[in-house]
Design a protein around this ligand. Structure first.
Ligand SMILES: Cc1ncc(COP(=O)(O)O)c(C=O)c1O
Length: 368
């Protein structure tokens, strides 16, 4: 199928580009003391997760139990849920997964882990637990969400967990990867290093209290080179690198754009404006409006639920560029891939300029 015969709006996955991204990240971690444990919330596809593992990743990271179930049922064994899982219903699902697979979960509350311990015992299961450490004090308040403060509160929780049955204290987790707020690489680097310093100091304090810390898990696409080199870090959860997006490109992250949204012009109300068949329901604007791929004379100026507004700027250096007409297809680069892929059921897979297959987004809708 030629891209101009593909339905719209649909996601176009440039698979060779994604495979080059997978290899580049895996190669970076080859021979390092830290391993790669990519976050799959970005692509939600077991087949892409398996490619990441085949390339060298030690396992995967998920955000939700239902996501982990899809990945485990496809044969992926070593799964970290880098999130708090709360409630008897979900803890039971977690424990059932832990009976067959190597499951690790983050926690920041003793009662929550005690409940997991009870349910895991009923289910004859074992789940590894990482103490989630809130690193926002080093990140100018960014990601002040889950997690216990570094230092004594984390040491206390680690000690409490280590005394429970059917759960195994595995180590600590923190996320220092959301660094968009910092304007340049050196300010990103210094914030990330401060945050990682807190995490590693907490690990040392837990060890000084007599408990072995096997895992120090952290990191994202923005910070993988910082966390990947930081002494004491054992695994890095970067995920968005597989597809990249306009936001990461703007931040200077050096991977290829592998995912676009194919759209179609459905109206041309004025010579300098076209309307496309994709809005918020098809593409995220979480980190800004999407960019029209390869068309410097076009700018997405706003989105509605089902429509996108594009301004055509045939002035100055863009004079003479082709202007689109009704029925033309345009590719958009999302500002954030994570909140774009979750809107779709499948990828149209492109290789050598042709669309040759589709790939299910199997964990689509798995938000539970
Ligand atoms: C806990 C955690 N780990 C890893 C990631 C992946 O980071 P990135 O999307 O920068 O690759 C995220 C993303 O939000 C996250 O919240």
């Amino acid at each position: 199928l030629n891209i101009n015969q593909c339905d719209t709006p649909e996601l176009i996955l440039d698979l060779p580009a994604a495979e080059r991204n997978i290899k580049k990240m895996a190669d970076y971690f080859f021979g390092k003391s830290a391993s790669l444990r990519p976050h799959i919330k970005v692509h939600k596809s077991p087949s892409l997760a398996k490619k990441q593992i085949e390339a060298g990743a030690k396992g995967i990271t998920c955000a939700k139990v239902s996501e982990a179930e899809v990945m485990a049922n496809s044969g992926i064994d070593d799964i970290l849920i880098a999130n708090e899982i709360v409630g008897e219903d979900k803890l039971r699902r977690l424990a059932k997964l832990g009976r067959v697979h190597k499951i690790t979960v983050a926690a920041d509350n003793y009662d929550n882990v005690k409940e997991l311990s009870r349910i895991a015992s009923e289910e004859n299961s074992n789940v590894r637990v990482l103490v989630d450490v809130n690193l926002s004090s080093a990140l100018d308040g960014i990601l002040d969400r889950c997690g216990v403060p570094p230092g004594p509160p984390a040491v206390r929780l680690a000690n409490q967990i280590s005394k429970l049955g059917n759960v195994e204290f595995g180590g600590v987790m923190g996320y220092e990867g959301a660094l968009r707020k910092f304007p340049d690489f050196s300010s990103k680097e210094s914030a990330a290093k401060q945050a990682l310093g807190l995490l590693i100091r907490t690990k040392s304090e837990i060890e000084e209290s007599g408990i072995h810390v096997e895992v120090v898990s952290c990191g994202g696409t923005t910070s993988y080179k910082i966390s990947g080199e930081f002494p004491g870090v054992t695994e890095v959860q970067a995920g968005s690198y597989i597809f990249m997006d306009a936001g990461f490109k703007k931040a200077g992250i050096d991977f290829e754009i592998a995912l676009t949204l194919l759209t179609r012009v459905i109206s041309k109300p004025r010579p300098d404006k076209v309307i496309i068949d994709a809005g918020y329901k098809a593409i995220s604007a979480e980190h800004g409006l999407p960019i029209v791929k390869g068309r410097s004379n076009m700018e997405v100026t706003s989105l509605n639920a089902e429509h996108g507004h594009i301004l055509i700027k045939n002035t100055g250096e863009n004079r003479g560029e082709r202007t689109p007409t009704i029925g033309d297809r345009l590719e958009l680069i999302p500002s954030h891939v994570d909140t774009t892929t979750c809107l779709h059921d499948k990828y149209f897979v492109m290789r050598s300029g042709e669309i040759d297959s589709t790939l299910d987004i199997a964990a689509r809708g798995k938000l539970q």
